[in-house]
Design a protein around this ligand. Structure first.
Ligand code: XUL
Length: 517
């Protein structure tokens, strides 16, 4: 009997899936349905609909439901062994919210088998569209919630994050304020993850501790709804939210709808979904405290597993529940590849020439520093763009290349210190992780070995691994090990002399940053 597990990822731009075979440690199918091209009726651009106000960004929950039917149709057509799947779980873009009336529970349980998933969902929506994580229209609501909770520090301590525009609580508050009638009609509020989880399970799904932490509504220490945060957000909110549950909760067997239409095994288990960042943590193999990953993309993201519930006193980073137990951090630096590319282009370099500059310049750059705020920065909070240089001549292309990368790595070390874990190793992912010179600076600044990892669809893989773990109850390292090995020969070890130089320089960098905040 094969051990197949399916992971789905309802992300901003697509619904994708990864089917794994636990025995062979291999991915046997990997596919995606792009919303813009596969479901043009929803008129999305990159998966979202923008209002006239650029801060308002929504998507249709019906599109997500329809995508689920379409993805399963494709898998059935391609004759994947859907009847052999033992359990399914999923990952959802974080923070987005879906509003349904009081009939939702019944509708999920007794689906009209003649209609589609979208038809069934359409009957219970109390708000036609869902604000997603790109929506930044709730600054006033953030301020209001923060004030009631006793300020930024109290909000961070209570919920794991300061109030952020994209977080679900502020979004719910805005809806309750602007459309009180429709809010009153709302009997059930879901996250993207819990909506999809409900469709797969054929029942209202709880919200897991990973995604629940992205709402400014969950008590981060106790993994329960936070009464004061609910109170600060909107009236009668507790009654509209499902319970919170552990990330390895088996909800039951899958929706009979999926059995009938696509030939899933009636005994196939539905495992609760989680957020995409908690799922990526698992899909990258970060199941033990002290393991961190740095994803070098348009923005750079640092995330890692933590044993204790540490929160960021500056309120810039986030803490979520980790699906592997304990906690995870998520810190997003806006000026990632964006900044590296700006520097490269300013001197007319290509990437080879950029790497050459990193090789030709000394560790520590002789104290030449840059604050690479080409765009407004998230961590640390810098509202207006403005690149700053110290001892650094703007004409010196090579020194500027080193300065931008050293700045990024020192900033990551400084602004992740609150996690309280000295990383045992760092997994580097994302486009720029192919650049060994950048990884060398990463290893030296953090004084930690760096390994490169290729994670094409880390969130969906993480969801499949979560399904496998919940089903088999196998220890986490054994589940993730075969699927998340770093690329052979990719280890970059820190050089002790270089690490000592950065231990000094980081103080100067911190002071320079402080002067400019
Ligand atoms: C995390 C965040 C994004 C979304 C995108 O806080 O907003 O990473 O989860 O998928």
């Amino acid at each position: 009997m094969p051990k197949y597990f399916l992971g789905l990822d309802s992300s901003t731009q697509s619904l994708s899936s990864v089917l794994i075979d636990l025995d062979s440690g291999k991915i046997i199918d990997d596919r995606a349905l792009n919303f813009d091209s596969a479901l043009p009726d929803y008129k999305t651009t990159n998966g979202v609909n923008r209002a006239q106000d650029p801060a308002v960004v929504h998507s249709s929950p019906l599109m997500w439901a329809e995508a689920l039917d379409r993805l399963f149709q494709g898998m059935k057509k391609d004759k994947l062994p859907l009847g052999d799947i033992l359990a399914i779980s999923g990952s959802g873009q974080q923070h987005g919210s879906v509003y349904m009336n009081g009939n939702a529970a019944k509708q999920f349980r007794d689906m009209d088998l003649n209609g589609t998933l979208a038809d069934n969902l359409a009957r219970v929506l109390s708000r036609p569209s869902s604000p997603v994580w790109m929506d930044s229209s709730t600054s006033a609501e953030c301020e209001e919630i923060r004030a009631v909770l006793g300020g930024k520090d109290a909000t961070v301590a209570a919920t794991g994050s300061d109030a952020f525009e994209r977080f679900t609580g502020p979004q719910i508050r805005k809806f309750a304020k602007r459309e009180p009638g429709a809010y009153k009609q709302t009997g059930h509020i879901a996250l993207v993850s819990s909506l999809m989880s409900s469709l797969v399970a054929g029942q209202i799904s709880p919200i897991d501790v990973g995604d629940g932490a992205g709402m400014n509504l969950m008590d981060i220490a106790g993994f329960t709804w936070h009464p004061a945060a609910l109170e600060a957000t909107a009236p009668d909110l507790r009654q509209k939210l499902p319970p919170i549950a552990a990330s390895d909760t088996v909800l039951g067997v899958v929706n009979p709808y999926l059995v009938l239409r696509y030939g899933l095994n009636p005994a196939c288990k539905a495992v609760i979904w989680s957020g995409d960042n908690p799922c990526s943590l698992i899909g990258t193999g970060l199941v033990s405290p002290g393991m961190i990953a740095i994803s070098l993309g348009t923005s750079d993201t640092l995330f890692g597993a933590m044993s204790a519930c540490e929160t960021d006193p500056r309120g810039e980073g986030h803490v979520f529940g980790s699906p592997a137990g304990g906690y995870m951090s998520l810190i997003c630096f806006k000026n990632g590849s964006l900044a590296r590319e700006k520097v490269k282009d300013q001197y007319g370099y290509d990437w080879d020439r950029f790497s050459q500059a990193l090789r030709d310049t000394p560790v520590g750059n002789q104290g030449k520093l840059m604050l690479p705020w080409f765009d407004p920065e998230i961590v640390p909070r810098v509202p207006a763009p403005g690149v700053k240089r110290k001892n650094l001549d703007e004409q010196d292309g090579d020194a500027n290349c080193r300065a931008v990368v050293e700045a990024q790595m020192m900033s990551m070390r400084l602004h992740s210190a609150w996690m309280g874990e000295k990383p045992a190793c760092i997994y580097a992912t994302g486009g720029a992780s192919a650049n060994t010179e950048i990884l060398r600076i990463m290893a030296d600044v953090h004084n930690t070995p760096v390994y490169r990892q290729e994670t094409a669809n880390g969130a969906a893989l993480g969801a499949a691994l979560r399904a496998a773990q919940a089903f088999t109850q196998t220890p986490w390292p054994d589940i993730v090990g075969p699927f998340t090995q770093p690329l052979p020969g990719s280890k970059v070890a820190p050089d002790p002399q270089a690490a000592a130089i950065y231990d000094q320089l980081i103080n100067e960098y911190a002071a320079f940053e402080q002067e400019n905040l």
